[in-house]
Design a protein around this ligand. Structure first.
Ligand SMILES: Cc1cc2nc3c(=O)[nH]c(=O)nc-3n(C[C@H](O)[C@H](O)[C@H](O)COP(=O)(O)OP(=O)(O)OC[C@H]3O[C@@H](n4cnc5c(N)ncnc54)[C@H](O)[C@@H]3O)c2cc1C
Length: 469
């Protein structure tokens, strides 16, 4: 008999939920995790520290209160990394306790060390004493996540030239920062530092950023970030980064030279598969370290599953958790549903963005007729009360059957608000539901009703003119 029914490699969101789902089905489960990494990238270096840092920045700078109290409003004049780090460390500590308690409560064994395959059913675990212990399992879930990709041509020193892990360990708030790569992580950090007063330059090879988002909302974000002194260099590539005693020079292929205290590379992420010895299990990874899986998250070796960032897109904590749960259920022979078709996307820039469903660009490309309904926070009583004059919610409504095709939100609470739209869409609801619903007043949620009425009025105008002879 194997030592465990299920062994999970990695304790990030994917691994945790896989382990707990299997334990709930009465299986003997172990999670293998490296020292000081319980909770994975999510808790230690990714989602949770970045979102807590954002909260600390918003609170200490008083940025969201300036509309009401004036441009000079601050909670603290000199914000230090200690001020910022305190909140982050507090939340990380608490979250680790929660995860440890959940694993213990469900009788999941935590094995500390780095795991690698010795054969398809055996994992070797090397702990701090460098001794390799072996465990066997009937089913194995790989949830080893990713680490920041580091271009070979760039010399990282974790102080001046850094990645998104090292940005959490800076010893001071830089006065100037270059962010290379305007993906979600790059732009989230760019906006946090801009809010702190750092002069940020974002360099992006492509002509646009966040291409999967609604164009109008990305334009609104760019406007806001420019207002916080962010400079965008789109269509530009970095030729070299030169470290100097008091900062770094970023040399662009166009010949421009950008001086800064610090350069943060946000150039994608690499699957953590190199140390797994996948070949011993009959598996392999692609050049970005990702493992191929089927619709049940099973790899080419049927008793081995892979979930989370290590399988690639969408690489979110939100989806990784669900993949973990579904993989474990499948591995344990428990019937399970499919991953929901409508995952929301949340981007925690300042201001934040969230959406579910399709964008105007996608619908136009696919020749799907739609009407747009817009609500602006400044026209809502709650928007005035909280001092958010820029927020907006946009509904994309099918002109054929009035169903919601997409919901796009920009501004305070966007990542929470989007779930109302997600629920209506998931239940196949039409705009009529939102037109007729009564919302609490004054709330931001009321924006759904305002946007629904806007879309409805536009559709009514089309219907009226069409009926005219
Ligand atoms: C800066 C940043 C911000 C983010 N913000 C968000 C956000 O706002 N919302 C969101 O949904 N997602 C966000 N993400 C993405 C999110 O963090 C990831 O999608 C999520 O953590 C992936 O979970 P995972 O289970 O795949 O593994 P991870 O969280 O990556 O954890 C994998 C774990 O496996 C361990 N491991 C690796 N190899 C081995 C081995 N050989 N043996 C034992 N253990 C091993 C690692 O130590 C690690 O602890 C963010 C990511 C970053 C970097």
């Amino acid at each position: 008999m194997a030592d465990f029914d299920v062994v999970v490699l990695g304790s990030g969101p994917g691994g945790q939920k896989a382990a707990i789902a299997a334990a709930k089905l009465g299986k003997r489960v172990a999670v293998i995790e490296k020292r000081n990494m319980i909770g994975g990238v999510c808790i230690n270096t990714g989602t949770i520290p970045s979102k807590t840092l954002r909260e600390a920045v918003l609170y200490l700078t008083g940025l969201n209160q300036r509309e009401l109290y004036g441009a000079s409003y601050r909670v603290k004049d000199e914000i230090t990394v200690t001020d910022l780090g305190m909140r982050t460390q507090h939340v990380i500590g608490r979250e680790i306790q929660v995860i440890r308690a959940q694993l213990a409560r469900n009788h999941v064994t935590v094995l500390q060390g780095t795991g690698r395959f010795l054969d398809p059913y055996t994992i070797g675990i090397t702990g701090e004493d460098q001794d390799e212990k072996k465990v066997t399992a009937d089913k194995i879930v790989i949830a080893t996540g990713t680490s920041p990709a580091r271009p070979a041509s760039v010399e990282f020193d974790d102080k001046t030239v850094i990645d998104s892990d090292a940005i959490l360990r800076l010893d001071r708030v830089p006065e100037t920062l270059v962010v290379v790569g305007a993906g979600v992580i790059g732009i989230e950090y760019a906006s946090m530092f801009a809010a702190l007063g750092t002069k940020v330059t974002v360099i992006e090879r492509r002509e646009r950023m966040l291409e999967f988002c609604d164009l109008e909302i990305v334009e609104a974000l760019k406007y806001h970030l420019r207002d916080l002194a962010v400079t965008f260099r789109f269509g530009e590539s970095v030729a070299a980064v030169e470290r100097r005693p008091r900062g770094a020079l970023t040399l662009l292929e166009s010949g421009k030279i950008i001086p800064a205290d610090c350069v943060m590379y946000s150039a994608g992420r690499q699957g953590k598969t190199a140390e797994l010895c996948l070949e011993a299990a009959g598996l392999s990874a692609d050049d970005r370290g990702r493992i191929k899986v089927d619709e049940n998250f099973a790899t080419e070796v049927p008793h081995i599953y892979a979930v989370g960032d290590v399988i690639g897109f969408p690489a979110l904590a939100a989806t990784s958790m669900e993949q973990g749960r579904l993989a474990a259920q499948h591995a344990c022979g428990e019937p399970s549903g499919d991953l929901a078709e409508l995952p929301p996307i949340g981007i925690y820039t300042i201001p934040e963005i969230s959406f579910v469903g399709r964008s105007e660009d996608e619908l136009t490309r696919d020749k799907v007729p739609f009407e747009v309904g817009i609500s602006r926070y400044r026209e809502l009583a709650r928007g005035q009360i909280i001092g958010d004059s820029y927020g907006m919610l946009k509904l994309l409504v099918s002109s054929e059957d009035r169903r919601l095709l997409g919901v796009h939100v920009f501004g305070t609470g966007a990542t929470e608000l989007v779930h109302i739209g997600q629920t209506v869409m998931g239940c196949g609801g039409t705009v009529d539901y939102l037109v007729n619903a009564v919302f609490n007043y004054p709330t931001l949620a009321e924006s759904y009703k305002v946007a629904a009425l806007d879309a409805m009025n536009k559709m009514r105008t089309v219907a009226r003119l069409t009926a005219d002879l």
